[in-house]
Ligand binder design. Sequence first.
Ligand code: NAD
Ligand code: UDP
Length: 336
Amino acid sequence: MSLLITGGTGYIGSHTVVELLNAGDDVVVVDNLSNSSTKSLDRVEQITGKRPVFIKADICDKQAMQDVFSTYDIDTVIHFAGLKAVGESTQMPLEYYHNNVTGTLVLLDVMKQFDVKKLVFSSSATVYGEHNVSPLVESMPTSATNPYGQTKLMIEHILFDLANSDADWSIISLRYFNPIGAHVSGLIGENPNGIPNNLLPFVAQVAVGRLPQLSVFGDDYDTIDGTGVRDYIHVVDLATAHLKAVAALSKVNGCMAINVGTGNGTSVLQIVNKFKEVSGVDIAYQISPRRPGDIATVFANADLANEFLHWHAERDLDDMIRDTWRWQSQNPNGFE
Ligand code: NAD
Ligand code: UDP
Protein backbone atom coordinates (compact mmCIF):
# COMPACT_ATOMS: atom_id res chain seq x y z
CA MET A 1 0.00 0.00 0.00
CA SER A 2 1.31 3.43 -0.95
CA LEU A 3 0.40 7.00 -0.18
CA LEU A 4 -0.04 9.27 -3.18
CA ILE A 5 1.33 12.76 -2.56
CA THR A 6 0.21 15.31 -5.15
CA GLY A 7 2.45 18.38 -5.19
CA GLY A 8 5.09 16.37 -3.34
CA THR A 9 8.11 18.18 -4.79
CA GLY A 10 6.87 21.54 -3.45
CA TYR A 11 7.63 23.26 -0.15
CA ILE A 12 5.19 21.59 2.24
CA GLY A 13 4.95 18.40 0.18
CA SER A 14 8.72 17.72 0.25
CA HIS A 15 8.85 18.16 4.04
CA THR A 16 5.90 15.81 4.43
CA VAL A 17 7.55 13.24 2.13
CA VAL A 18 10.61 13.29 4.43
CA GLU A 19 8.47 12.55 7.49
CA LEU A 20 6.54 9.80 5.66
CA LEU A 21 9.72 8.11 4.41
CA ASN A 22 11.25 8.33 7.88
CA ALA A 23 8.11 6.66 9.25
CA GLY A 24 8.59 3.78 6.78
CA ASP A 25 5.72 4.61 4.42
CA ASP A 26 5.79 3.87 0.68
CA VAL A 27 5.34 7.13 -1.16
CA VAL A 28 4.37 7.98 -4.74
CA VAL A 29 4.79 11.64 -5.69
CA VAL A 30 2.88 13.23 -8.57
CA ASP A 31 3.81 16.79 -9.55
CA ASN A 32 3.78 18.74 -12.80
CA LEU A 33 6.83 20.74 -11.63
CA SER A 34 5.04 24.04 -12.38
CA ASN A 35 6.41 25.52 -9.14
CA SER A 36 9.16 23.09 -8.11
CA SER A 37 11.83 20.75 -9.40
CA THR A 38 12.96 17.21 -8.69
CA LYS A 39 16.05 18.69 -6.99
CA SER A 40 13.93 18.68 -3.84
CA LEU A 41 13.67 14.90 -4.15
CA ASP A 42 17.48 14.62 -4.49
CA ARG A 43 17.67 16.43 -1.16
CA VAL A 44 14.88 14.28 0.33
CA GLU A 45 17.03 11.27 -0.60
CA GLN A 46 20.09 12.88 1.05
CA ILE A 47 18.08 13.37 4.26
CA THR A 48 16.27 10.03 4.43
CA GLY A 49 18.44 7.65 2.37
CA LYS A 50 15.29 6.85 0.37
CA ARG A 51 13.77 8.16 -2.83
CA PRO A 52 10.03 8.19 -3.39
CA VAL A 53 8.56 7.06 -6.69
CA PHE A 54 8.13 10.20 -8.81
CA ILE A 55 5.75 10.69 -11.73
CA LYS A 56 5.72 13.97 -13.62
CA ALA A 57 2.04 14.50 -14.32
CA ASP A 58 -0.66 17.11 -14.07
CA ILE A 59 -3.58 16.27 -11.79
CA CYS A 60 -5.89 17.72 -14.47
CA ASP A 61 -4.75 14.93 -16.84
CA LYS A 62 -7.28 12.18 -16.15
CA GLN A 63 -5.50 9.52 -18.21
CA ALA A 64 -2.19 10.19 -16.44
CA MET A 65 -3.92 9.97 -13.03
CA GLN A 66 -5.66 6.73 -14.02
CA ASP A 67 -2.26 5.33 -15.02
CA VAL A 68 -0.88 6.21 -11.58
CA PHE A 69 -3.75 4.50 -9.78
CA SER A 70 -3.56 1.40 -11.99
CA THR A 71 0.22 1.09 -11.61
CA TYR A 72 0.50 1.65 -7.85
CA ASP A 73 -1.55 0.23 -4.99
CA ILE A 74 -2.68 3.59 -3.59
CA ASP A 75 -4.49 3.54 -0.26
CA THR A 76 -4.60 7.22 0.75
CA VAL A 77 -3.98 10.56 -0.97
CA ILE A 78 -2.43 13.70 0.49
CA HIS A 79 -3.38 16.45 -1.94
CA PHE A 80 -0.99 19.43 -1.93
CA ALA A 81 -0.95 20.20 -5.67
CA GLY A 82 -2.25 23.67 -6.40
CA LEU A 83 -1.37 27.21 -7.35
CA LYS A 84 -1.05 29.36 -4.25
CA ALA A 85 -0.17 33.01 -4.95
CA VAL A 86 -3.02 35.31 -3.89
CA GLY A 87 -1.95 38.29 -6.04
CA GLU A 88 -1.38 36.14 -9.13
CA SER A 89 -4.81 34.56 -8.65
CA THR A 90 -6.46 37.96 -9.09
CA GLN A 91 -4.61 38.36 -12.43
CA MET A 92 -5.15 34.79 -13.66
CA PRO A 93 -8.44 33.62 -12.11
CA LEU A 94 -9.24 31.11 -14.84
CA GLU A 95 -5.88 29.37 -14.44
CA TYR A 96 -6.41 29.19 -10.67
CA TYR A 97 -9.97 27.83 -10.86
CA HIS A 98 -8.96 25.34 -13.54
CA ASN A 99 -5.78 24.12 -11.90
CA ASN A 100 -7.05 23.95 -8.33
CA VAL A 101 -10.75 23.14 -8.70
CA THR A 102 -10.81 21.15 -11.95
CA GLY A 103 -7.58 19.40 -10.90
CA THR A 104 -9.18 18.34 -7.61
CA LEU A 105 -12.36 17.18 -9.39
CA VAL A 106 -10.29 15.01 -11.74
CA LEU A 107 -8.32 13.59 -8.81
CA LEU A 108 -11.50 12.82 -6.83
CA ASP A 109 -13.12 11.21 -9.85
CA VAL A 110 -10.16 8.91 -10.39
CA MET A 111 -9.96 8.11 -6.66
CA LYS A 112 -13.65 7.14 -6.75
CA GLN A 113 -13.09 5.01 -9.85
CA PHE A 114 -10.31 3.09 -8.06
CA ASP A 115 -12.24 2.96 -4.76
CA VAL A 116 -9.60 5.01 -2.91
CA LYS A 117 -11.63 7.11 -0.49
CA LYS A 118 -9.16 8.42 2.07
CA LEU A 119 -7.93 11.96 1.54
CA VAL A 120 -6.07 14.71 3.38
CA PHE A 121 -6.43 18.09 1.65
CA SER A 122 -4.34 21.30 1.91
CA SER A 123 -6.77 24.02 2.83
CA SER A 124 -5.93 27.39 4.30
CA ALA A 125 -6.88 29.83 7.03
CA THR A 126 -7.86 32.12 4.15
CA VAL A 127 -11.28 30.37 4.17
CA TYR A 128 -12.13 32.29 7.37
CA GLY A 129 -12.40 35.46 5.25
CA GLU A 130 -12.09 38.90 6.79
CA HIS A 131 -14.90 39.14 9.33
CA ASN A 132 -14.17 36.47 11.94
CA VAL A 133 -12.22 37.48 15.03
CA SER A 134 -9.19 35.40 16.08
CA PRO A 135 -8.72 32.86 17.59
CA LEU A 136 -10.35 31.24 14.56
CA VAL A 137 -12.44 28.14 15.24
CA GLU A 138 -13.44 25.55 12.63
CA SER A 139 -17.17 26.17 13.21
CA MET A 140 -16.96 29.84 12.17
CA PRO A 141 -18.57 30.93 8.88
CA THR A 142 -16.28 30.78 5.87
CA SER A 143 -15.82 33.19 2.97
CA ALA A 144 -13.18 34.23 0.48
CA THR A 145 -11.78 37.53 -0.72
CA ASN A 146 -9.76 36.47 -3.77
CA PRO A 147 -9.76 33.72 -6.42
CA TYR A 148 -7.11 31.64 -4.60
CA GLY A 149 -9.21 31.65 -1.42
CA GLN A 150 -12.31 30.88 -3.47
CA THR A 151 -10.64 27.76 -4.87
CA LYS A 152 -9.88 26.49 -1.35
CA LEU A 153 -13.44 27.23 -0.23
CA MET A 154 -14.99 25.65 -3.33
CA ILE A 155 -12.88 22.53 -2.87
CA GLU A 156 -13.93 22.30 0.80
CA HIS A 157 -17.60 22.49 -0.32
CA ILE A 158 -16.96 19.77 -2.90
CA LEU A 159 -15.31 17.56 -0.26
CA PHE A 160 -18.20 18.01 2.21
CA ASP A 161 -20.77 17.26 -0.52
CA LEU A 162 -18.84 14.20 -1.67
CA ALA A 163 -18.52 12.82 1.85
CA ASN A 164 -22.25 13.45 2.46
CA SER A 165 -23.11 11.52 -0.68
CA ASP A 166 -21.13 8.40 0.20
CA ALA A 167 -20.28 7.37 3.77
CA ASP A 168 -17.21 5.44 2.61
CA TRP A 169 -15.21 8.63 2.16
CA SER A 170 -12.92 9.76 5.00
CA ILE A 171 -11.58 13.26 4.39
CA ILE A 172 -9.65 15.73 6.50
CA SER A 173 -9.22 19.27 5.22
CA LEU A 174 -6.29 20.82 7.05
CA ARG A 175 -6.56 24.59 7.31
CA TYR A 176 -2.96 25.76 7.45
CA PHE A 177 -2.04 29.03 9.10
CA ASN A 178 1.37 30.50 8.04
CA PRO A 179 3.94 27.78 7.31
CA ILE A 180 7.56 28.94 7.58
CA GLY A 181 10.92 27.37 8.41
CA ALA A 182 12.74 24.50 6.79
CA HIS A 183 14.11 21.04 7.54
CA VAL A 184 16.77 21.21 10.25
CA SER A 185 19.37 19.83 7.80
CA GLY A 186 19.12 23.01 5.72
CA LEU A 187 18.75 20.80 2.63
CA ILE A 188 15.11 21.58 1.77
CA GLY A 189 13.08 24.73 2.26
CA GLU A 190 10.85 27.25 0.56
CA ASN A 191 12.09 28.21 -2.91
CA PRO A 192 9.72 30.79 -4.38
CA ASN A 193 9.94 31.83 -8.03
CA GLY A 194 10.68 35.53 -8.54
CA ILE A 195 10.09 38.09 -5.80
CA PRO A 196 8.49 36.41 -2.78
CA ASN A 197 4.97 37.44 -1.76
CA ASN A 198 5.16 36.02 1.73
CA LEU A 199 6.92 37.67 4.63
CA LEU A 200 9.49 35.06 5.64
CA PRO A 201 11.03 34.29 2.25
CA PHE A 202 11.17 38.04 1.64
CA VAL A 203 12.98 38.73 4.93
CA ALA A 204 15.34 35.80 4.30
CA GLN A 205 16.25 37.16 0.85
CA VAL A 206 16.91 40.61 2.33
CA ALA A 207 19.18 38.91 4.89
CA VAL A 208 21.30 37.21 2.18
CA GLY A 209 21.45 40.39 0.08
CA ARG A 210 19.23 39.24 -2.79
CA LEU A 211 16.71 41.97 -2.04
CA PRO A 212 17.53 45.47 -0.75
CA GLN A 213 14.85 45.97 1.87
CA LEU A 214 11.54 44.78 3.26
CA SER A 215 8.37 46.82 2.91
CA VAL A 216 6.35 46.46 6.11
CA PHE A 217 2.75 46.68 4.96
CA GLY A 218 1.16 49.01 7.50
CA ASP A 219 2.11 50.02 11.04
CA ASP A 220 -1.27 51.40 12.10
CA TYR A 221 -3.18 48.20 12.81
CA ASP A 222 -4.68 47.63 16.22
CA THR A 223 -1.94 45.18 17.24
CA ILE A 224 0.95 45.06 19.70
CA ASP A 225 3.18 47.31 17.52
CA GLY A 226 0.81 48.33 14.73
CA THR A 227 2.02 45.67 12.25
CA GLY A 228 0.07 42.62 11.08
CA VAL A 229 -0.11 39.57 13.33
CA ARG A 230 -0.09 35.99 12.00
CA ASP A 231 0.14 32.44 13.39
CA TYR A 232 3.45 31.14 12.04
CA ILE A 233 3.92 27.40 12.12
CA HIS A 234 7.09 25.38 11.48
CA VAL A 235 6.78 23.44 8.22
CA VAL A 236 8.03 20.24 9.90
CA ASP A 237 5.28 20.53 12.54
CA LEU A 238 2.84 21.03 9.66
CA ALA A 239 4.29 17.95 7.94
CA THR A 240 3.80 15.81 11.05
CA ALA A 241 0.18 17.04 11.26
CA HIS A 242 -0.35 15.26 7.92
CA LEU A 243 0.94 11.97 9.32
CA LYS A 244 -1.40 12.36 12.30
CA ALA A 245 -4.27 13.23 9.95
CA VAL A 246 -3.65 10.11 7.84
CA ALA A 247 -3.70 8.03 11.04
CA ALA A 248 -6.92 9.75 12.18
CA LEU A 249 -8.78 9.12 8.89
CA SER A 250 -9.93 5.76 10.29
CA LYS A 251 -11.96 7.76 12.87
CA VAL A 252 -13.53 10.05 10.27
CA ASN A 253 -16.83 9.26 8.61
CA GLY A 254 -17.34 12.15 6.24
CA CYS A 255 -15.28 15.31 5.97
CA MET A 256 -13.71 17.30 8.80
CA ALA A 257 -11.93 20.65 8.67
CA ILE A 258 -9.10 21.04 11.17
CA ASN A 259 -6.90 24.09 11.87
CA VAL A 260 -3.15 23.63 11.87
CA GLY A 261 -1.57 26.52 13.72
CA THR A 262 0.20 27.13 17.00
CA GLY A 263 -2.46 29.39 18.50
CA ASN A 264 0.14 32.17 18.91
CA GLY A 265 0.26 35.46 17.03
CA THR A 266 3.49 37.21 16.00
CA SER A 267 3.77 40.67 14.41
CA VAL A 268 5.82 41.61 11.35
CA LEU A 269 8.26 43.65 13.46
CA GLN A 270 8.62 40.81 15.96
CA ILE A 271 9.61 38.58 13.02
CA VAL A 272 12.10 41.17 11.73
CA ASN A 273 13.69 41.56 15.18
CA LYS A 274 13.86 37.81 15.77
CA PHE A 275 15.45 37.30 12.36
CA LYS A 276 18.06 39.93 13.18
CA GLU A 277 18.79 38.27 16.53
CA VAL A 278 19.12 34.76 15.07
CA SER A 279 21.08 35.63 11.91
CA GLY A 280 23.15 38.53 13.24
CA VAL A 281 22.21 40.37 10.02
CA ASP A 282 20.43 43.72 10.02
CA ILE A 283 17.15 43.57 8.08
CA ALA A 284 16.60 46.88 6.28
CA TYR A 285 12.94 47.85 6.17
CA GLN A 286 10.63 50.73 5.43
CA ILE A 287 7.05 51.24 6.54
CA SER A 288 4.74 51.11 3.50
CA PRO A 289 0.98 51.43 3.04
CA ARG A 290 -1.28 48.55 4.07
CA ARG A 291 -1.54 45.75 1.51
CA PRO A 292 -5.09 45.66 0.11
CA GLY A 293 -7.11 42.77 1.53
CA ASP A 294 -4.86 42.25 4.58
CA ILE A 295 -6.40 42.01 8.01
CA ALA A 296 -4.77 42.94 11.30
CA THR A 297 -4.71 39.70 13.21
CA VAL A 298 -5.06 36.04 12.26
CA PHE A 299 -4.34 33.15 14.60
CA ALA A 300 -5.78 29.71 15.20
CA ASN A 301 -7.67 27.97 17.89
CA ALA A 302 -5.73 24.69 17.63
CA ASP A 303 -7.79 22.67 20.14
CA LEU A 304 -9.30 20.33 17.54
CA ALA A 305 -5.90 19.36 16.13
CA ASN A 306 -4.61 18.85 19.67
CA GLU A 307 -7.57 16.71 20.73
CA PHE A 308 -8.60 14.85 17.57
CA LEU A 309 -5.22 14.42 15.86
CA HIS A 310 -3.19 14.27 19.11
CA TRP A 311 -0.94 16.80 17.42
CA HIS A 312 0.86 19.74 18.98
CA ALA A 313 3.30 22.17 17.42
CA GLU A 314 6.68 21.32 18.95
CA ARG A 315 8.85 24.02 17.41
CA ASP A 316 8.87 27.64 18.55
CA LEU A 317 9.59 30.89 16.71
CA ASP A 318 13.35 30.60 17.40
CA ASP A 319 13.37 27.18 15.69
CA MET A 320 11.33 28.54 12.76
CA ILE A 321 13.64 31.50 12.15
CA ARG A 322 16.87 29.56 12.79
CA ASP A 323 15.83 26.87 10.30
CA THR A 324 14.70 29.45 7.71
CA TRP A 325 18.06 31.18 8.06
CA ARG A 326 20.05 27.93 7.80
CA TRP A 327 18.21 26.97 4.59
CA GLN A 328 18.51 30.45 3.04
CA SER A 329 22.17 31.02 3.97
CA GLN A 330 23.24 27.53 2.79
CA ASN A 331 21.18 27.88 -0.41
CA PRO A 332 21.14 31.61 -1.24
CA ASN A 333 19.70 30.81 -4.68
CA GLY A 334 17.37 28.05 -3.57
CA PHE A 335 17.96 24.68 -5.25
CA GLU A 336 20.02 26.24 -8.08
P1 NAD B 1 4.30 24.76 -3.61
O1 NAD B 1 3.99 25.59 -4.81
O2 NAD B 1 5.70 24.71 -3.12
O3 NAD B 1 3.81 23.25 -3.86
C1 NAD B 1 2.70 22.95 -4.68
C2 NAD B 1 3.16 21.91 -5.69
O4 NAD B 1 2.05 21.55 -6.52
C3 NAD B 1 4.27 22.44 -6.62
O5 NAD B 1 5.35 21.52 -6.58
C4 NAD B 1 3.60 22.49 -7.99
O6 NAD B 1 4.52 22.21 -9.02
C5 NAD B 1 2.52 21.43 -7.85
N1 NAD B 1 1.35 21.61 -8.73
C6 NAD B 1 0.61 22.73 -8.90
N2 NAD B 1 -0.40 22.48 -9.76
C7 NAD B 1 -0.29 21.17 -10.13
C8 NAD B 1 -1.03 20.33 -10.99
N3 NAD B 1 -2.08 20.78 -11.69
N4 NAD B 1 -0.64 19.04 -11.14
C9 NAD B 1 0.43 18.56 -10.47
N5 NAD B 1 1.18 19.32 -9.63
C10 NAD B 1 0.82 20.61 -9.48
O7 NAD B 1 3.32 25.23 -2.45
P2 NAD B 1 3.25 24.81 -0.91
O8 NAD B 1 3.54 26.01 -0.11
O9 NAD B 1 4.02 23.57 -0.66
O10 NAD B 1 1.68 24.53 -0.78
C11 NAD B 1 1.12 23.24 -0.85
C12 NAD B 1 -0.38 23.35 -0.70
O11 NAD B 1 -0.68 23.97 0.54
C13 NAD B 1 -1.05 24.20 -1.78
O12 NAD B 1 -2.28 23.60 -2.12
C14 NAD B 1 -1.28 25.52 -1.08
O13 NAD B 1 -2.39 26.23 -1.62
C15 NAD B 1 -1.56 25.06 0.34
N6 NAD B 1 -1.28 26.10 1.33
C16 NAD B 1 -0.05 26.69 1.37
C17 NAD B 1 0.22 27.70 2.29
C18 NAD B 1 1.57 28.39 2.33
O14 NAD B 1 1.66 29.47 2.90
N7 NAD B 1 2.63 27.82 1.78
C19 NAD B 1 -0.79 28.10 3.19
C20 NAD B 1 -2.03 27.46 3.14
C21 NAD B 1 -2.27 26.46 2.20
N1 UDP C 1 4.04 41.40 5.01
C1 UDP C 1 4.83 42.54 4.94
N2 UDP C 1 5.71 42.66 3.90
C2 UDP C 1 5.86 41.69 2.94
C3 UDP C 1 5.06 40.53 3.03
C4 UDP C 1 4.15 40.43 4.07
O1 UDP C 1 4.72 43.41 5.79
O2 UDP C 1 6.67 41.87 2.02
C5 UDP C 1 3.10 41.25 6.13
C6 UDP C 1 1.64 41.10 5.71
O3 UDP C 1 1.04 42.38 5.60
C7 UDP C 1 1.08 40.26 6.86
C8 UDP C 1 2.25 39.38 7.29
O4 UDP C 1 3.43 40.04 6.79
O5 UDP C 1 0.73 41.09 7.96
C9 UDP C 1 2.21 37.97 6.69
O6 UDP C 1 2.05 38.08 5.28
P1 UDP C 1 2.10 36.80 4.35
O7 UDP C 1 1.86 37.27 2.95
O8 UDP C 1 3.37 36.04 4.60
O9 UDP C 1 0.91 35.89 4.87
P2 UDP C 1 -0.68 36.14 4.86
O10 UDP C 1 -0.92 37.62 4.86
O11 UDP C 1 -1.17 35.49 3.63
O12 UDP C 1 -1.18 35.51 6.09
